[in-house]
Design a binder for this molecule. Structure first.
Ligand code: ADP
Ligand code: NI
Length: 217
C-alpha cells in the first residue's frame, strides 16, 4: 500500500472512532492538529509520513481516560498501523511521539526528541490556544463538571503532576495552570509566532471576562 492510501485509511478509522467525542478530543481536534502539523512541517525538513500518522493517532486512546496508563494510546496506534502494513521503524517513531507528547502539568516539560515529534506537539498545543482553545477549555470544564470561575479563589499552579490531574479547580484556573504557559514551550519558530498571537487573544478574553463578571463593560 502506498503512503497516501495508508493516510486515507487511517483518517477513516480515526474519524469513525472519535466522532461525537465530547471532552475535547473529537475528530475535529484531530483534523485541526493534522492540518496545522502539515503546515508546520512544510517549513521544516520533516518526514511528513511520520508527522501525519502521529497527528492522526495521537489521541486515539487518551491515557487520562485509561486510569492514567499512558501505554494504551501507543498500543492502540500500533495495532492500527500494523493492520495498514506501516513499516516497523515508522510505527516505533510514531508510538514514541504519542507516548511523550501530552501536557502533564506545569512542571513536566515533556521534551520531544525528534523534529517530527516537535512539530506534532506544537500542533497539538496550538489547538489548546486562541478561540478554539478557549472553546475547548469550557467544553472540557462542562464535561467534568468544574465551576466556570470563582473570584474568591486565587489562581493555582499546582506543584505536582498528581495535583494537576486531581482536578477540582475552576475552568478559568486552567488558563493559569496550562494555557498561558504554552507560548514559552513551543518548539518550532512558526508555532512560537502563532502561539504569541493566540496568547494575546486569550489575555484579552480574560480581561473582558473579569470585567463582565463584575458587571462592568
Ligand atoms: P491535549 O490534547 O493537549 O493532551 P488535554 O487532553 O490535556 O489536551 O485536554 C483536552 C482539552 O481540554 C484541551 O483544550 C485542554 O486545554 C482542555 N483541558 C484539559 N484539562 C482541563 C481542565 N482541568 N479544565 C479545563 N480544560 C481542560
Ligand atoms: Ni490532542
Amino acid at each position: 500500500m502506498n503512503k497516501d492510501q495508508i493516510v486515507k485509511n487511517i483518517v477513516e478509522i480515526v474519524k469513525e472512532k472519535l466522532s461525537g467525542e465530547g471532552s475535547g478530543h473529537d475528530w475535529w481536534h484531530i483534523y485541526r492538529v493534522w492540518n496545522t502539523a502539515k503546515e508546520l512541517g512544510a517549513q521544516e525538513e520533516a518526514d511528513m509520513f511520520v508527522v501525519e500518522l502521529a497527528a492522526l493517532l495521537h489521541d486515539i486512546a487518551d491515557w487520562k481516560f485509561h486510569g492514567g496508563d499512558d501505554t494504551v494510546g501507543p498500543k492502540v496506534a500500533r495495532e492500527i498501523m500494523e493492520k495498514q502494513q506501516v513499516p516497523e521503524d515508522v510505527i516505533e517513531h510514531v508510538c514514541s511521539i504519542i507516548l511523550t507528547m501530552s501536557f502533564k502539568g506545569a512542571h513536566d516539560t515533556t521534551p520531544m526528541k525528534t523534529l517530527e515529534g516537535k512539530i506534532v506537539q506544537d500542533a497539538d498545543r496550538l489547538d489548546a490556544l486562541g478561540a478554539v482553545g478557549i472553546g475547548r477549555t469550557f467544553a472540557y470544564g462542562g464535561h467534568v463538571g468544574s465551576p466556570m470561575h470563582n473570584p474568591e479563589k486565587k489562581a493555582e499552579q499546582h506543584t505536582t503532576k498528581e495535583a494537576y490531574f486531581a482536578g477540582g479547580r475552576t475552568t478559568i484556573n486552567h488558563f493559569y495552570e496550562k494555557l498561558l504557559l504554552l507560548k514559552d514551550r513551543m518548539n518550532t519558530s512558526t508555532a512560537k509566532k502563532v502561539a504569541q498571537e493566540r496568547h494575546e487573544y486569550m489575555q484579552g478574553f480574560l480581561d473582558r471576562f473579569y470585567k463582565e463578571w463584575e458587571g462592568q463593560h
